[in-house]
Design a protein around this ligand. Sequence first.
Ligand SMILES: CC(C)(COP(=O)(O)OP(=O)(O)OC[C@H]1O[C@@H](n2cnc3c(N)ncnc32)[C@H](O)[C@@H]1OP(=O)(O)O)[C@@H](O)C(=O)NCCC(=O)NCCS
Length: 238
Amino acid sequence: MTYAKEFFDLQLQFAGRVSELGAIPLQTTLLDFTNLYVRFVGDRKFDGNSPVWTAYLAGMVRETDLCDWTYRFYRQRPHRIRPASVVETFGCFSYAIEHPDRIRLHFHNADEGRYGPLSEERSAARLSELTSLVNHVRSQHRTVRQVAGVSWLYNLPAYRRLFPECYVATAKVAANRFRNMPLWGQFLNRHGHIRKDAVALFTRRLNGQTSMDELAQCFPLQPLSVVASIEAFHEFYA
Ligand SMILES: CC(C)(COP(=O)(O)OP(=O)(O)OC[C@H]1O[C@@H](n2cnc3c(N)ncnc32)[C@H](O)[C@@H]1OP(=O)(O)O)[C@@H](O)C(=O)NCCC(=O)NCCS
């Protein structure tokens, strides 16, 4: 899926404001306070010397319109949805092995039907994907004992209902996720366009921000970190 230009404009706006507030070079805030590196490079190393990243920064010097350049650069890159660490995908869900005893769940919209991927109409399809995923983990990775996740999505009842209660009950705010989709994904809808209401609230809060303190409070939803035993998942989907 190709994300809309406004999604990138928003992140550039944030990086620019953080640069002013913290007296930090823009090149640094682009790396540390936006999801651009992940979108362009694809890995999670945040290597400021990566050839792709340095090519992007080099263009900033040449180009007059940063928003325009950023979006053109994005459009030229392969649009990876699946991080290299992902082991297997089941529809909208995938997982990575985080530790030998723990998997990490990921979500992206792979449902192109008429209803939203988190709608009531599609919840049976999501539950079936999660059931297959858990069965796959149990058969292929016998050392795995826990399932973990970090996402803004755990704020949404439509998402929470897909998981065992004991899993969502462990939700704790995950700090410092400025580089990641578990924070920035909240500004997108299923078509890759921005959610105007969330963006308007964010922009208002960002304009009122006077220091580097509590930057995360500009975001309408906080990313939540959750974890539970794989047994709880197995019982829930059985
Ligand atoms: C997750 C995603 C598909 C949701 O898109 P969507 O178009 O809102 O999809 P749905 O219509 O199925 O949304 C389900 C519900 O969540 C609500 N919702 C979605 N985003 C919301 C937000 N930012 N704030 C509040 N509610 C939100 C919707 O209003 C809807 O509720 P409703 O059924 O009561 O109207 C979309 O945000 C996305 O693709 N994001 C990028 C990927 C991402 O963030 N992945 C997670 C990375 S950890």
